[in-house]
Design a binder for this molecule. Structure first.
Ligand SMILES: Cc1cc2nc3c(=O)[nH]c(=O)nc-3n(C[C@H](O)[C@H](O)[C@H](O)COP(=O)(O)OP(=O)(O)OC[C@H]3O[C@@H](n4cnc5c(N)ncnc54)[C@H](O)[C@@H]3O)c2cc1C
Length: 454
């Protein structure tokens, strides 16, 4: 059998390639840079362990644990500390703990009495018509009120999408919220009643999912995949052209393949020239998918130079608070082994759709912007003992209103049955867990296709 070509060596492409080899289907994985892992990039420097890209995997599906087990990494997985359940949101420039129970909600200074009363009305608000595609800001204002949008959803969206609630589609970016409203008529009721159903499916909501990394960071996972696929990986090979002729796919200077999986960012998919049995397949519409720019700033400090107890996952900065950064993860509180004894490690994010211009500033300027925030919010004194910056000019795709047309385009191409498949963060969800599931499921679709056609 000719191998399947996997294009893109991020977590999606690696997972798909590994899954296919597990069922005896030969693969070749092409990666344009000199390393696999894509956005995942762990840096070890002087006993600090910095994650430039993602920090944690949310265990939302049993398929994620299966991958860890199949790679023999269960002993190296570390779950986030118990205190990481605490999350802070800035109000009046101070970090306020997000309430974790009904009682804490009633007592929290994060929301005014008016906002709390408004939230209790949620179960009585009518559901929107099923066919309506609403943006997140309008959905939250309608169901939960303005203050909840400003002090809960706006910072949360900055933390996850680096995006804007006014643009994101509830149906595409938060399908669970959309489904809860449609199914139960209320997010609060759906939260309670839907729990039993999720338990049956084995899936866990993002909010309740366990968070993990590995003893040597998330690079452990991509290194293990690379180790397993060693012979099948071709780095330094940017693929720009795909031609199918006489039933086989050929890639620019890379031989013939029985099928192709594209596990690429949308802006790279859009550049791909594809011809199938002399007919062009255009992917150029995918250039319209908007990406948020982000700079990640990892800083180390002496413990005594940080006033805040850092007893949580991190702190998010609502836009209305007018700070420079989107928020900060307390990396050394989340997982052990992130900073030398007596030091702490903080990872802050700058930019997003809220302030894309900041990502064009110099590393020193960005660092100073973050330091300004850390002094105000966490009571940081003195200078950092460690610093690592990474810029992502196109970091995270925005599942804006109308995004469905991009997914439909990719699905329609797959369904033509030519052996061209799509997976990854611009198709199946933006989290690492989504990417692992996406790679796994794409491998399944490819295996089924090959069974039918060979
Ligand atoms: C700053 C940041 C923080 C994040 N934090 C989290 C987090 O804490 N938790 C979480 O769940 N998710 C997080 N995410 C999201 C998560 O990291 C991504 O969704 C996920 O890594 C996407 O993986 P992927 O394989 O789909 O894409 P990518 O990682 O982008 O991989 C695509 C690969 O394709 C290669 N490529 C591009 N063009 C070509 C070509 N023409 N030929 C061959 N190869 C090509 C690229 O070099 C790259 O290696 C974060 C994202 C960012 C940017």
């Amino acid at each position: 059998m000719k191998p399947v070509a996997i294009i893109g060596g991020g977590i999606t492409g690696l997972t798909a390639a590994f899954k296919l080899t597990q069922v005896g289907i030969p693969v070749t994985l092409f990666e344009s840079t000199d390393r696999v892992g894509g956005i995942i990039q762990t840096v070890r420097d002087r006993d600090y362990l910095a994650e430039c890209g993602p920090n944690t995997i949310l265990e939302t599906s049993p398929l994620i644990g299966d991958l860890v087990r199949d790679l023999g990494l269960e002993d190296r997985r570390i779950y986030s500390s118990e205190q990481a359940e605490n999350r802070y949101i800035v109000r009046n420039k101070r970090p306020v703990k997000l309430p974790g129970s009904a009682l804490e909600f009633l007592l929290t200074p994060l929301f005014s009495c008016r906002a709390k009363t408004r939230l209790l009305m949620e179960p009585f608000i009518h559901r929107a018509p099923a066919e309506m595609e609403e943006n997140l800001a309008s959905f939250v204002r309608r169901r939960l009120g303005r203050e909840f949008l400003d002090y809960a959803i706006n910072p949360f969206v900055a933390g996850v999408y680096s995006g804007a609630p006014e643009n994101l589609s509830v149906r595409e970016a938060f399908p669970r919220l959309h489904a809860l409203e449609q199914r139960y008529g209320s997010l609060i009721l759906g939260q309670v009643l839907g729990a039993r159903e999720r338990k049956r499916s084995g899936n866990v909501s993002k909010q309740n999912a366990a968070k993990f990394s590995f003893d040597q960071g998330l690079g452990t996972l991509t290194d293990a995949l690379a180790q397993r696929l060693k012979e099948q990986i071709r780095t330094g090979q940017a693929i720009g052209k795909l031609i199918k002729q006489n039933g086989a796919w050929s890639l620019s200077q890379a031989g013939e393949h029985s099928g192709v999986l594209l596990a690429l960012p949308a802006f790279r998919l859009a550049e791909m020239q594809v011809t199938c049995e002399s007919k062009p397949i255009s992917l150029s519409m995918l250039a319209d998918i908007q990406y948020a720019p982000v700079a990640s700033v990892v800083l180390g400090f002496r413990r005594e130079d940080v006033e805040h107890p850092l007893d949580g996952f991190g702190v998010l900065n609502p836009e209305v608070e007018q700070l420079n950064s989107l928020g900060t993860i307390f990396s050394s509180s989340l997982f052990t082994n992130r900073a030398p004894l007596g030091q702490v490690l903080l990872t802050s994010y700058v930019g997003g759709l809220r302030a894309p211009h900041l990502v064009t500033k110099s590393p020193d300027e960005i660092c100073e912007l973050v330091m300004e925030d850390l002094r105000i919010v966490l009571g940081v004194r003195g200078e950092p003992t460690f610093r690592h910056l990474k810029f992502y000019p196109r970091a995270i795709p925005q599942y804006d209103v109308g995004y469905g047309r991009f997914k439909t385009h990719m699905t329609n191409i797959e369904e033509q049955g030519d052996g061209l498949f799509f997976a990854g963060h611009c198709r199946d969800g933006i989290s690492l867990g989504d990417s692992i599931v996406s790679g796994h499921e794409a491998a399944g679709r490819i295996a089924t296709h090959l069974k039918k056609t060979t």
